[in-house]
Design a protein around this ligand. Structure first.
Ligand code: HEC
Length: 140
């Protein structure tokens, strides 16, 4: 019996390890540089180079709860556009953000890692696998 209780936590620990998606704990400088490039090419005309957006036109990404929040939600915001994903009753903006389905999984992971790191108080990086999984899950 004693042996059983000893092995149980060990077994669940091992299972936990194999089930955890491969998300690096800290964003590498290479990924952040690549993400910055994706941001410059696709996002900064609206959200601005400093991430503060333009009042009433598009929201600031700096200190934004959605940016620093649930990875699946923010991946979907980029793949499907905010209008499809975010709750009704949120603040309204004059501009409309398109879906960025055409970006690769890697570009989306990089840009989200970049904005979460720079604007989202160092929220966890987004792995390419997570983007791939969300695409598969929602048929995108
Ligand atoms: C044409 C302008 C435009 C471009 C380009 C654009 N966005 Fe947006 N973005 C918006 C607008 C407008 C909203 C708010 C839309 C809404 O709530 O319906 C928004 C919302 C968001 C949000 C949710 C934040 C919040 O609090 O509502 C995130 C995250 C985001 N954008 C990230 C990005 C990323 C990453 C890119 C580049 C891949 C990008 N956006 C490109 C205009 C833009």
């Amino acid at each position: 019996m004693k042996r059983f209780f000893f092995f149980l936590p060990l077994a669940s620990l091992l299972c936990g390890c194999t089930q955890t998606p491969d998300v690096p704990a800290v964003a590498s400088p290479e990924v952040l540089a690549a993400g910055h490039q994706v941001y410059t090419a696709n996002c900064e005309t609206c959200h601005q180079p400093d991430g503060y957006g333009v009042p009433n036109m598009q929201p600031a990404l700096v200190d934004d709860d959605i940016v620093a929040g649930d990875p699946t939600q923010i991946i979907r915001v980029v793949l499907q556009g905010p209008a499809t994903v975010l709750p009704a009753g949120r603040p309204t903006y004059a501009n409309v953000m398109p879906a960025f389905k055409q970006l690769t999984d890697e570009q989306i992971a990089d840009v989200l890692t970049y904005i979460r790191h720079d604007y989202g108080h160092g929220a966890s990086p987004i792995a390419v696998d997570q983007v791939h999984t969300v695409r598969a899950q929602f048929g995108l």
